[in-house]
Design a protein around this ligand. Structure first.
Ligand code: 13P
Length: 255
């Protein structure tokens, strides 16, 4: 049994999709489909320019809005970057940090992921911290070591109090956008490994309470089975978060 205090969170990561007008249209269409489904928290993480429109469209609904990344400095000469304070001001409540696409295409490291996480938490944002192994690492049998190391490095220096605002998203890189999904047993096992590492760092209570999502080709067909697993507390959803009916079916599965 999962502890009562552990929240299930179903979050959409829109990636580089939905301009402001499209974000607004999507939220208006999706809100009635997920209204009252309060057994989980519902979040959409939007491109920076669409956050404001999404926040306004989601007002008065049970949908929360987040960003897809954040810089670690508060302000200054960092062309193209956006700070946590700026995100707060436009009404973002969450931010994804350390997504594998950021690590892969934009050279983010555990060190910068850790700095971004700290900055976001200090500004009062909730962090969806992404980590996961690549295919070669799973085939080499070092998944547990890889996710364990990422968990430790990405959470370095984060207090137990701050950890209450961290969600970990376990996203095996080989399952992202590929249509390949980790089996429910694989997802459960590796989320369990991450939970054990959290326990070693913060104690059993913190580990029992932290939300650990699975992400990687989760959809309306496979969500129920994945979400039924003891260590899987929700999903971070890419492709299926762009289709109101598919996303709301995942929310239904969590309810
Ligand atoms: P897909 O659901 O498209 O595989 O993307 C998963 C993901 O990267 C969520 O952050």
């Amino acid at each position: 049994m999962k502890p009562e205090s552990r929240r299930t969170v179903i979050a959409g990561n829109w990636k580089m999709n939905f301009a402001p007008s499209e974000a607004k249209k999507f939220i208006k269409k999706t809100a009635p489909l997920v209204a009252g489904k309060d057994a989980c928290d519902i979040v959409f993480c939007a491109p920076y320019v669409s956050i404001d429109a999404a926040v306004k469209a989601a007002k008065g609904t049970n949908i929360h809005i987040g960003a897809e990344n954040v810089h670690f400095e508060d302000h200054g000469a960092f062309t193209g970057e956006v700070s946590a304070r700026m995100l707060k001001e436009v009404g973002a409540e969450y931010v994804i940090v350390g997504h594998s696409e950021r690590r892969q295409y934009f050279a983010e490291t555990d060190e910068t992921v850790n700095k971004r996480t700290k900055a976001a938490l200090a500004a009062g944002l909730k962090v969806i911290l992404c980590l996961g192994e690549v295919k070669e690492q799973r085939l080499a049998g070092i998944t547990d070591e890889v996710v364990g190391m990422q968990t430790k490095l990405d959470l370095a220096g984060i207090t137990e109090e701050e950890l209450k605002n961290v969600i970990i998203a376990y996203e095996p890189v080989w399952a992202i956008g590929t249509g390949l999904t980790a089996t429910p047993a694989q997802a459960d096992e590796t989320c369990g490994v991450i939970r054990k590492v959290v326990a070693s760092l913060y104690g059993k209570k913190a580990a029992d309470e932290i939300t650990i999502q699975y992400g990687g080709s989760m959809n309306d067909k496979n969500a129920a089975e994945l979400l039924a697993k003891k260590n899987v507390d929700g999903g971070l959803i890419g492709g299926a978060s762009l289709v109101p009916e598919k996303f709301s079916a995942i929310v239904d599965a969590a309810n």
